[in-house]
Design a protein around this ligand. Structure first.
Ligand code: HEC
Ligand SMILES: [Cu+2]
Length: 362
């Protein structure tokens, strides 16, 4: 007969196989913990900014504690499942040891995790706050998330730009982070920083890049169909290279602004247009019939589709009106088509795109 027993001496029921398994699990844990202790994390993933701020140490501590827990819990689960499984010579309704409460065990498995959680919590909070500490003389950069790219704004540049960006080595950076549409996330693994980009909210990250090199900036918040493509590169360079890049970009941005008015649609190059299309439009448009929608409609035969003689904005399908939509964007029943600035298009990109769309129309 099964009956509940409190505080029975459970050790009586643990035979030698239990203690051998315990020994094996202890040995495995010790080996893993030693391996973790000597593992150089920055050999696996380089650290390139001061913002590691002890994050690697915190991570190691977590692994250090979690690994033996993982080994023991899973080891015992497997052991007990085998050792105390139902045997064919037992009655079908046999129950195991009538073990209900063992106070000393319960105290231990409460006190130890509480202690570990408190240490982890306090340590994490201290580490986190150090990421929010502004530094003197910092370079202020704005990063704005868009579906699906990063827009960058620098003081002294007439307008923002998209794509790769540069930071001078050993100069503190304040990254002002927000989003223009949905929630994205700003993550540079080698800087050990990650912060959500939230529309309507500007948050700051403070770090100093310390190693020259090129590192990925990755969106780590699922933000729609193009999320997987939402990555770019941050180049950490010497002060001189940074100055060179900055003045070059300053010129480019000014030129693009000046050229935006003058669009020459007859000079477009369809092959170049195709390359731009694949890079910047194909997340939302396929080169197929109008009805083949991704986010926006299919764009094949856009200039010669009897089923759709008019464009989505109601204008007649001419190269000029297609260029108008590509430059200014359009928001209608289907959704939002971003403008040329948001898509990062120069005016020659626009004329090349129109030439390409023309070449895909019969
Ligand atoms: C974020 C998604 C998105 C991106 C990126 C995008 N488009 Fe669009 N596009 C749309 C949507 C949505 C529409 C339809 C708008 C509506 O009518 O509501 C559209 C409409 C259009 C139209 C009008 C189609 C018609 O039949 O009238 C053209 C032309 C066009 N896009 C070209 C481009 C080109 C060229 C690019 C690349 C530079 C591009 N789009 C990038 C979403 C996008
Ligand atoms: Cu994103």
């Amino acid at each position: 007969m099964a009956h509940q027993v409190n505080n029975i001496d459970f050790r009586r029921h643990l035979d030698r196989s239990f203690w051998s398994v315990t020994l094996v699990l202890a040995v495995i844990s010790v080996i893993l913990v030693v391996l973790i202790a000597i593992w150089p994390i920055n050999g696996t993933l380089a650290v390139a900014a001061t913002s590691d701020y002890g994050i690697d140490a915190l991570f190691k501590f977590m692994l250090f504690v979690a690994t033996p827990i993982f080994v023991f819990v899973n080891g015992y689960v497997v052991y007990f499942a085998r050792r105390y499984k139902h045997r064919s010579d037992e009655p079908a309704d046999a129950v195991g040891i009538p073990l209900y409460g063992v106070v000393p065990l319960e105290i231990w498995w409460t006190v130890i995790p509480v202690f570990l959680m408190v240490v982890l919590g306090v340590w994490s909070a201290v580490t986190l706050f150090s990421l929010y500490k502004p530094q003197a003389g910092a370079l202020n950069v704005e990063a704005i998330g868009h579906q699906w790219k990063f827009e960058l704004r620098y003081p002294g540049l007439k307008s923002s730009f998209y794509g790769d960006f540069y930071l001078p080595v050993n100069r503190p950076v304040t990254m002002n982070i927000t989003s223009a549409d949905v929630i994205h996330s700003f993550w540079v693994p080698q800087f050990r920083v990650k912060l959500d980009m939230v529309p309507g909210m500007v948050q700051q990250l403070h770090f100093t890049p310390t190693e020259v090199g090129s590192y990925p900036l990755i969106c780590t918040e699922f933000c729609g169909i193009g999320h997987g493509d939402m990555r770019t590169t941050v180049h950490v360079v010497s002060q001189a290279d940074y100055a060179k890049w900055f003045s070059g970009t300053q010129q480019k941005v000014a030129q693009a602004a000046a050229a935006a008015g003058s669009l020459n649609l007859t000079a477009g190059d369809a092959a170049k247009g195709q390359a731009v299309f694949e890079q910047k439009c194909s997340v939302c448009h396929s080169m197929a019939a109008f009805a083949q929608k991704k986010v926006g409609p299919g764009l094949q035969n856009i200039l010669s589709d009897p089923a759709h003689p008019k464009l989505v904005d109601g204008s007649a399908a001419t190269p000029e009106s297609v260029a108008h939509i590509i430059q200014n964007g359009y928001s209608g029943d289907i959704g939002v088509m971003p403008n040329a600035q948001a898509n990062g298009l120069s005016s020659s990109d626009v004329s090349n795109l129109v030439a390409y769309l023309k070449s895909q129309s019969k």
